[in-house]
Design a protein around this ligand. Structure first.
Ligand SMILES: [Zn+2]
Length: 308
C-alpha cells in the first residue's frame, strides 16, 4: 500500500545550528579531537566518535618533516591537505557502506622518503535514512526514467571524480549563508508517484522563487547549465575532492570556469527539473560519495564535528 504523505521533516535544531555557523569562520573546523592514536611521534587525531553512512569526518595527521599523508579505508584513499602546518583529511562514508567497525590506515610520508602506516578503528553507524512518498501529479514521466537519472548522476560524478590538488575554500570555511527551515532530508529513499524509487542526494530548504542562492564556500564553477532532474544546476569544486551542488534554480548567474567567493550569488531559487514547487536543493560530494551537506556544515560550528 502506498503512503501518499509528503513527509515534512522539520529540523529546527539543525536550523539553529546553521544559524550559528556564521559566527565561526575557519578553514578547518575549530575542534578538539575525540580520539588520538600514536606511533612514536606520529599522531592521528580523529574528530568523531563514529561516522554515519553518508557523513564526513575530519582526521588530522601530525609529525615532524611530513611531506604527505593519506587515509585508507572502505577501499578508498582520502588525501590530506595542509592548513596551518597540520595535515587534514575529510573521510567520507558511502551511503550504502555496511555498518561495522573498520580498520583504517593512516599513511605518513616523510620528506626523506620514509613511510609509516598506523592503523586506527573507524566505526560506521546507520545513516538513519527515512522513506518518503512524493506525489507530483502530471509529472513529465521522462524524469522518472532510471536511465535519465543514471545519465545525470554519471555526468555529475565524471566531473566530481577530478581531485583538484589545491584547497579552494578559504578561511570563511563552509556555511549556508541563510537561516531557513530544512524540509526534506539527505538520504531519504523517495517513492515518486508510487512507482519510482530514488535517493535524495541533498537537503531541501524552503525558499521562494527569485530569492538568491549563494555558494557555501569559495571555489570554482565546474558545471552551470540545465539537467533533466536537477533543472538549472551549478556544481562548484572546492578543491581536494569536495564539491557542492545547487539545483532547481530559475536562473543561473555564473558560468563554467568562474572563480567563486564564499557567499557569492549563484542564481535564483526556482522549480526547474524534478520539483513540485519552488525550493532550494543543496547537495555535496566528498571524494566520490554523496554526503550530508547539513552535517558537513555543522562541522564548522565552534565545537566541531559531531556524529549525533
Ligand atoms: Zn532536494
Amino acid at each position: 500500500m502506498r503512503r501518499s504523505v509528503f513527509v515534512h521533516v522539520s529540523v529546527s535544531l539543525i536550523l539553529c545550528l546553521l544559524a550559528a555557523l556564521r559566527i565561526q569562520a575557519e578553514a578547518v573546523p575549530d575542534a578538539e579531537p575525540i580520539s588520538t592514536y600514536d606511533d612514536g611521534a606520529a599522531l592521528i587525531d580523529v574528530f568523531f566518535s563514529d561516522l554515519k553512512q553518508g557523513r564526513v569526518g575530519l582526521v588530522r595527521l601530525i609529525d615532524a618533516n611530513l611531506a604527505d599523508g593519506q587515509i585508507l579505508v572502505f577501499g578508498a584513499t582520502y588525501p590530506t591537505f595542509v592548513i596551518d602546518d597540520a595535515r587534514y583529511a575529510f573521510v567520507s562514508v558511502p551511503m550504502e557502506q555496511a555498518i561495522r567497525t573498520y580498520e583504517a590506515q593512516a599513511q605518513f610520508i616523510y620528506e626523506d622518503g620514509d613511510e609509516k602506516t598506523v592503523s586506527f578503528p573507524l566505526e560506521v553507524s546507520s545513516g538513519g535514512f527515512i522513506q518518503q512518498s512524493v506525489d507530483i501529479p502530471g509529472i513529465d514521466e521522462s524524469i522518472l526514467n532510471p536511465e535519465i537519472e543514471a545519465n545525470e548522476l554519471g555526468s555529475i560524478f565524471d566531473i566530481a571524480s577530478q581531485i583538484t590538488e589545491d584547497v579552494l575554500w578559504d578561511e570563511n570555511g563552509f556555511n549556508l549563508g541563510v537561516n531557513r527551515e530544512f524540509t526534506s532530508p539527505f538520504g531519504a529513499v523517495r517513492l515518486f508517484n508510487g512507482t519510482y524509487n530514488t535517493l535524495h542526494t541533498g537537503w531541501d530548504y524552503q525558499a521562494s522563487t527569485g530569492e538568491s542562492t549563494h555558494s557555501i564556500a569559495s571555489g570554482r564553477v565546474v558545471f552551470a547549465g540545465h539537467l533533466p532532474i536537477r533543472g538549472n544546476y551549478v556544481l562548484i569544486d572546492h578543491g581536494r575532492g569536495i564539491y557542492s551542488g545547487y539545483a532547481h534554480m530559475s536562473v543561473v548567474f555564473v558560468t563554467q570556469g568562474q572563480q567563486i567567493y564564499a557567499g557569492q550569488r549563484l542564481g535564483r531559487v526556482g522549480s526547474t527539473g524534478r520539483s513540485s514547487s519552488a525550493h532550494a536543493h543543496i547537495e555535496m560530494i566528498a571524494h566520490g560519495n554523496w554526503v550530508d551537506v547539513a552535517d558537513f556544515l555543522m562541522m564548522y560550528r565552534d565545537n566541531g564535528p559531531t556524529s549525533d
